[in-house]
Structures are given as C-alpha cells and as structure tokens.
Design a protein around this ligand. Sequence first.
Ligand code: 5GP
Length: 195
Amino acid sequence: MNFLEARIAKDGIVKEGNVLKVDSFLNHQMDIALLDQMAAEFHQRFSNKPITKVLTIEASGIAIACSVARCFGVPMVFAKKTKSINLDGDMYVAEVDSFTHKKKNTVIVSKKFLSPDDHVLIIDDFLANGCALQGLISIVESAEATVEGCGIAIEKGFQDGGWRIRNLGYHVESLAIIESMDASTGAITFREQEA
Ligand code: 5GP
C-alpha cells in the first residue's frame, strides 16, 4: 500500500451510493503534509512535461492543486462554478455533471488565464464518471492549450471515467485506484499499481 492508500484504508468511510468520504484529511479538514506528499508524487510523475499551469475545479481540488503548482513553480487556476447564464465572451465555459450533488454545474475560466502556449496539468481529488475531468479538458482545448496530463488523488476504478479518459489518449495518473468498496462492511480494495 502506498501512503495515500494507507490513509484511505485508515480514515476513509464508505457511504451508500458509491461515495467515499475523506472529510477528515482531504475534503473538509485537510492534512497539509499529506497534500504536500501527494503533490511531490505528481511532480515526480509529470517531471518530464513542460508544465506552465495547473488547472483544477473548485472547491476540493484547489488545495492539492496549490501544492502541485508550488512544486512546478507555476500558477494554479481553478474553474469556478457559476449560476450566471449571461456569460460574456471573456470566459471558457463547460457543463459538468456533479457526481456527489447530482446536478449540473456551469464552470468557467477567464480567457486571461489560459492561452495556446500553455501546457496544462489538470488536478482533481476524485475521478468517478469523468465529467469533471472532461469539462476541464474541454476548457483547455477551447483555449487551444495542451493537456499534458491529469493527476488524480483517488480514482474509483469501478466507475468508467478513468477508462474513458485514458481511451481518449490522455495521460492519467491516479495515486490510489479503488477496485471495490462495500458500504455494508466498510471494506475497500485497491488496484495493484506499479511502484
Ligand atoms: P466525476 O465528474 O468524475 O464523476 O466525479 C468527480 C468529482 O465528483 C470530483 O471533483 C469530486 O469532487 C466528486 N466525487 C466523485 N466521487 C466522489 C466520492 O466518492 N467522494 C467524494 N468525496 N467526492 C467524489
């Protein structure tokens, strides 16, 4: 087990509806030393890429993305969720279905902060059906910038987002991939990954 898998096994709580709660170290209270360790791992895995920006989606991706951006010495940009339907032309816009809240969000990034010469590393806390990642990828591509890869803390391997996005040719690195989890027993099993 790697450090994140061990922490999930210790403190993660499996809820009904295929939801893993990691509120005590990632999604509400945050263990900053753990975030920094995750960021160092992403930095190492994408060290051969010419990253100029780290992109995430509010809110829970922001803390990890900050730490990753610090490792690369580049800015972090987060896609904002907005209720406004009167969006002007200064924004890149994507529609994202929220897995945890079961609703659609419009997310925006100002055109000022992504340009065609950017090489973007996308970071998020979870990968489930892949909607958040697909929205972020479409924003990068609207800017004609390059998606260098996607770094995910926890991928739920029994949902098909990871499979779909890798199948589209994107480089996805997940620090922990959950193979299965059971709300009735609390059991969590991880997919074996190369060290
Ligand atoms: P997707 O768009 O891939 O279906 O879901 C990814 C987004 O939904 C993430 O940004 C994350 O905030 C949220 N999410 C998906 N599954 C879980 C889960 O099991 N637990 C938590 N805490 N968040 C999740």
